[in-house]
Ligand binder design. Structure first.
Ligand code: GUN
Length: 275
């Protein structure tokens, strides 16, 4: 089975659009892009397009890479205090010299639609349904759940321990009742562990590192990694061969990527009090 993020994200966005329409409320997301990192420019453009599709007002702030930390903080404080703004997203990575962790701390947790703040990450840990869940792991979980795959009691293996993806992914699966193992760059005998996985989630960013021999027959394989070969986006998973042994698998691109953006829209509608 192919876990198609394009199809599912479309239906989630359609549903959100209907909710906004029915409410008659104006929902708005402020997106701040500092500098001109090419990948970030594309991500921000995609997010703006999603906002248009869903009927969310998108406020774009494009700042030069000479922006000082203080100017960025001032803008965040202004947006925190603006009741017409429901969500705030500062696109990462920031240009050198700017402090990302200070930015995460400055954004009001109630407007932190990325789900990066301590309050929201803590909310995920405590299985608090009121918090904002980091969009990439939230989208990956939604792909698994919406396809009817049972998670409770399964062995889940997450490769990657980043604060925004690997760690919250592991917590979400744990909250669903999976037995979770987190692997990372220092893990020994990776293949022995991944072979045990009923659900294998890879969030590394190393092209095609997950090969057929690392995957249990009938496993569910979720590919969150993004890297490039000759300028073309590829995932962590050798899709062509792993799809022969997996029960369900995400394509990459077209799997978890579109789901991340759908969950950003979901969090923004939630921040506006409509969910
Ligand atoms: N850069 C790459 N992915 C993301 C994301 O999900 N949120 C933010 N703020 N920056 C990113």
């Amino acid at each position: 089975m192919i876990l198609d993020g394009k199809i599912l994200s479309k239906s989630i966005k359609e549903n959100l659009k209907n909710i906004i329409c029915a409410s008659g409320k104006e929902v708005s997301l402020a997106v701040i892009l500092v500098g001109q990192d090419p990948a970030s420019c594309i991500y921000v453009k995609n997010k703006t397009n999603d906002c248009h599709e869903v009927g969310i007002k998108s406020l774009e702030y494009k700042l030069p890479d000479t922006t000082k930390q203080e100017e960025l903080m001032d803008l965040i404080h202004k947006l925190n205090n603006d009741d017409s703004v429901h969500g705030i997203l500062v696109q990462f990575p920031l240009p050198e010299g700017l402090d990302e962790s200070a930015v995460v701390k400055a954004i009001s947790p109630q407007k932190d639609v990325d789900g990066f703040s301590k309050i929201n990450v803590g909310g995920v840990l405590m299985n608090d349904k009121d918090c904002f869940v980091s969009c990439t792991p939230a989208g990956a979980l939604e792909l698994i759940k919406s396809s009817g795959i049972e998670i409770t009691g399964k062995n889940a293996v997450v490769i990657g321990r980043s604060n925004n993806v690997g760690k919250p992914m592991a917590l979400l699966l744990l909250n669903e009742g999976a037995t979770v193992t987190v692997c990372h760059s220092k893990t020994q005998n990776l293949k022995e562990i991944t072979k045990q996985a009923d659900i294998l989630v890879s969030a590394v960013g190393k092209a095609h590192m997950i090969t057929e021999d690392m995957v249990k027959n009938g496993a569910v394989v979720i590919d969150i990694g993004i890297s490039r070969i000759d300028g073309k986006q590829v995932g962590d998973v050798d899709f062509e061969n792993v799809s022969k042994v997996a029960y369900a698998i995400t394509p990459n691109p077209g799997g978890t990527g579109p789901m991340t953006r759908a969950m950003l829209m979901y969090n923004t509608v939630k921040a506006a009090g409509l969910l």
